[in-house]
Write a protein that binds this ligand. Structure first.
Ligand code: IPD
Ligand code: CA
Ligand code: CA
Length: 263
């Protein structure tokens, strides 16, 4: 496997997909809801996933695709070379904010991460990693994360988890918010993961994410020493949705032990 060639190809199609998404603002978006009124999808999410599938199959028909919009073969296992793709992470931001949405892709071989990408489409900023070789923000290498204490941490969390909900005792999360230096909520899991791996956030917590939200970010996390697990500290699943925490290693276990009281 020529990783350099695969990396060059992946970057080319990500940049081209981003160009197409930006151009789509000149046309009418077709906006639909999926599982609920809060869960949006547009024609551009679907067209972007289809674009990736066509390009990847042209490059190598043996590569398989797991995509959020279900337009690839979406295998149940990670055998062979599998691209895990979220064509637009942060569709609500895409529709409403016109910024802060990402293309994110992880490329795995037999379940082992090889290449990870998080591309901020409107900013034209790429976070990426090559396993064993390091991680970059555009041309700049990302450094290993420096340790800190919780009182210095800025964490990403959606306000919904600090209200009564079915997954976690929210009172403990209120305690967490009172201890840390600050909180942020960006509306794109991949963006928040990109911010943790580059030290702009020190943790990001979500009660439910899908493999395509995290597939690219997990590979970048490993290269900078960020810890990413489910909410009990177990390895993340790349085939099922689950709770998710990514954090600076100096505070990861502490947050799990003291502030994540699952129902
Ligand atoms: C969503 C975003 C959002 C997160 C949701 C995801 P989508 O992805 O990442 O920030 O809170 O859980 O589903 O639907 O915009 O690709
Ligand atoms: Ca997503
Ligand atoms: Ca999506």
């Amino acid at each position: 496997m020529d990783l350099q060639r695969l990396d060059t190809f992946a970057k080319e199609i990500i940049i081209e997909a981003g160009r197409r998404i930006r151009a789509a603002y000149s046309y009418d978006l077709e906006i639909e809801t999926k599982s609920s009124a809060k869960d949006l999808v547009t024609n551009i999410d679907r067209e972007t996933e289809l674009f990736f599938i066509e390009q990847i199959k042209n490059f190598d028909p043996t590569h398989k695709i797991i995509g959020e919009e279900g337009m690839g073969e979406n295998p149940k296992t990670l055998e062979g070379i599998v691209w895990i793709i979220d064509p637009i992470d942060g569709t609500m931001n895409f529709v409403k904010q016109h910024r802060h949405f990402m293309i994110t892709i992880g490329i795995y071989r037999d379940g082992v991460g090889m290449l990870g990408y998080i591309y901020d489409v409107m900013a034209d900023d790429l976070f990426y990693a090559i396993t064993g070789e390091g991680a970059w923000y555009n041309e700049t290498p990302l450094r290993k994360l420096r340790s800190l204490v919780l009182e210095e941490a800025v964490i990403g969390i959606n306000a919904a988890w600090v209200t009564p909900n079915s997954k976690v005792h929210h009172e403990k999360l209120i305690d967490l918010i009172q201890v840390v230096r600050g909180t942020r909520s960006y509306g794109s899991a991949a963006m928040e993961i990109a911010f943790v791996v580059s030290g702009k956030l020190d943790a990001y917590i979500s009660m439910r994410l899908a493999p395509w939200d995290i597939g690219g970010g997990l590979i970048i996390a490993q290269e900078v020493g960020a810890l990413a697990t489910n909410l009990t500290g177990q390895p993340c699943s790349l085939t099922e949705s689950d709770g998710f925490i990514i954090a600076n290693p100096s505070i990861h276990q502490h947050i799990i032990d003291h502030y994540l009281d699952l129902k």
